[in-house]
Design a protein around this ligand. Structure first.
Ligand code: ACO
Length: 333
């Protein structure tokens, strides 16, 4: 689904991110499961990931990332009108994690809800809030990608436990003023025929966790990695190309591509297919692993703070995840 982006322009006014303190390295994982630093590094590019502390919830990380984004913009929490949290690891099934974040921030006037679109969730939130701001329904939006994946990992399954990490990223969106950059184009898509490739099978109404099945670890992430890999490359390539064309850009116009951070081999394949040189592709997955909905949000904030792009530059954000879902955005900063 692609939006015609002819409405009132919406800018990304500021960004923030938060990573929990504890770091789990590949060497640490070698003592947990039958794996090696060499396997993880060569197959994924991941060297370390951050782990939330006991008692540190998705909403806590989301709140910290949000506070940093609000501080950068100089927007008071009580002036936030909309909060969307993208997550597949909510604090509770209900209420939404966004409700806890609203309370933590003191953003009492904001409407707050979650969306579940896995790794594409932050860009889904960007598209939804962009439209709501364009339509005049809200003056601004705080969009957050936050995950505590460590709570939904089978720490005895080497095929998944080496891949994921915890963290949160946030952005503040508002109407663009004259001369400001804005979101030029967005694209989101879903293929529900592939739900079996990547899911958390238990813990929902289809398969509640009971005393009888408690030992099967059904509330942990299961993935057919090889299949997911193929879909990831084609879907992200196509979604990125959609927004590049829709924004009237070519590869040469792009200052930085910020792809979902799941696997360095996927990122390299996408850079190749988009004909964008590697030095114009942002990578931080060696430090954080795959943080699902938080990944693009954290990467955007880091790239922003590292001044990897400046006013007037074009950046492409592109994500892919369980659903299957995919999403992209072309932004003139
Ligand atoms: N350490 C050592 N060996 C391992 C490990 C490990 N941690 N994990 C798997 N292996 C073994 C396998 O058992 C297999 O052994 P076998 O050949 O004897 O059967 C061998 O390594 C190869 O395994 P593959 O699964 O074929 O490895 P592959 O090269 O496909 O890499 C990976 C696996 C990293 C998961 C890759 O497929 C991938 O990145 N897939 C996409 C992930 C992704 O993009 N997810 C999307 C978003 S996530 C979300 O939405 C929440």
């Amino acid at each position: 689904m692609s939006g015609t982006e002819s409405q009132m322009p919406v800018t990304i006014a500021g960004t923030g991110s938060y990573l929990p303190e504890k770091i789990l390295t590949n060497a640490d994982l070698e003592s947990l499961v039958d794996t090696t630093d060499e396997w993880i590094t060569s197959r994924t590019g991941i060297k370390a990931r951050h782990m939330a502390a006991p008692g540190e919830h998705t909403s806590h990380m989301a709140t910290k990332a949000a506070e940093r984004a609000l501080q950068q913009v100089g927007l008071a929490a009580e002036d936030v009108e909309l909060i969307i949290v993208a997550t597949i690891t909510p604090d509770t099934l209900t209420p939404a994690t966004a409700c806890y974040v609203q309370q933590n921030l003191g953003a009492h006037r904001a409407v707050a809800f979650d969306i579940s679109a896995a790794c594409s969730g932050f860009l889904y939130a960007m598209k939804i809030s962009k439209r709501l701001i364009s339509d005049g329904a809200f003056k601004n939006a705080l969009i957050i990608g936050a995950e505590k994946l460590s709570s939904f990992i089978n720490w005895e399954d080497r095929t998944t436990c080496v891949l994921f990490g915890d963290g949160a990223g946030a952005a503040v969106l508002r109407k663009a003023e004259e001369g400001e950059g804005h979101i030029l184009a967005t694209d989101i898509g879903t293929d529900g025929a592939q739900t079996h490739l990547l899911n958390i099978p238990g813990g929902g109404s289809a398969c509640p966790i009971t005393i009888q099945n408690a030992d099967q670890r059904l509330a942990t992430l299961a993935m057919l990695g090889k299949e997911v890999f193929k879909h990831a490359v084609t879907r992200m390539r196509d979604s990125a190309n959609t927004v590049i064309a829709r924004a009237g850009l070519t590869a040469a116009d792009i200052k930085l591509v910020i792809p979902h951070q799941a696997n360095l081999r996927i990122i390299d394949a996408i850079a190749d297919r988009l004909a964008v040189p590697n030095d114009r592709v942002f990578v931080n997955l060696h430090k954080y692993g795959n943080t699902s909905a938080a990944a693009i949000a954290i990467a955007l904030d880091e790239a922003h703070r590292e001044k990897r792009f400046e006013h007037g530059d074009h950046i492409i954000l592109v994500a892919f995840g369980a659903g299957l879902t995919w999403a992209a955005a072309a932004v003139r900063w």
